[in-house]
Design a protein around this ligand. Sequence first.
Ligand code: GTQ
Length: 376
Amino acid sequence: MSNNDVSIKNHLKPYYEGMKRNHLGPLWYDLGHMVTNEPVTDVQPYLWKWKMIREYVLKAGELLKPGKDAERRVVYLQNPSLLKHGLVGYGTHTLYAGIQLLLPGECAPSHHHSQSAIRFIIEGSGAYTAVNGEKTYMERGDMVLTPAWTWHEHKHEGTEPVFWLDGLDVGLVRTLAASFFEPYEEESYPMEAPENYSTKQFSMGAFKKLNERKNPGYPSPIYGYKFDRVKYLLDEMKKEDQDPFDGYAIEYINPLTGGSADSRIGTMMQRLEPGMQTKAHRHVHSAIYHVLEGEGYTIIDGQKFEWEKGDFFILPPWSCHEHVNTGSSDVYLFSFNDKPVMEKLELEFSEPYGENDGHQIIEKVFDPDHEQVDTI
Ligand code: GTQ
């Protein structure tokens, strides 16, 4: 830098300081921070062990009662990289995951909100979620929708504790400043439809009663997506149906639109055969994964995340990832994501990892024992 440049800089100092005081900024310095070449994110990958989560959720079963001490008995997954920014309850910048526990006889009262929610059943049976007055019974591996604004409540008529995953678009709705919540005036919304009606209506084909009105697309006419159907489809898939990046994979859809089951939260199940390793790619959408069955690992941006049945992990936006099944039986990975939003906003984009025959080199191994120290 010449003397001349320094004196120009000094000369302009009052100009830049004045700009700042008046809450203005020079785009010629900052454009590169605003309109970046590629997605920039604070979201880091993370993994939680089911054993550890389960202990904390069970303890909550002793501490409080839903509908009495709390609206819902839920322990949520807090991504540490986002808590730094004060983002409480964030798994990714758009998605939230919580583990809900209902004990026999308990009821989580009816309410509705502008967030969309999906449930994925982890353990136990005999509980239902009622959506707009229709009971949908929940069994392990089922996915249940409670789309934005639908009235929903949970009740347990069985004998064992029931655990399920709640997936909501909390971060997205918060960023858009569009959160609304309202409890129903009574514990229960009137039961208007026969049990499991929407699930049955589409389980053997697609039928409706004569004169029954169906909304022309939203929300999905199905609330309960059964795991036995998902498993059947995945197990039937042939070698040529394999996706190089996701293995055998299906998405849950709304049969009226052909789009995702929930209009904002995407849901997917993947099957990986023993020894299978997918190729790495990255995409704009982010996801939260739950291991329904099996063991293996996922490499995310060069870091190895080892998982087994029940574990959860975060897939940040635009992070390179590939999955490996290291066990002797099939792996089933459930995940939910913000892909429908990215697609609607014309922001979705993906690309394969171009080097090393599509596989990343492991540079680091995530150590949950180091990260999750203080168990009860
Ligand atoms: O069950 O309705 O984990 O409203 C977070 C917000 C569950 C629910 C959560 C909710 C619910």
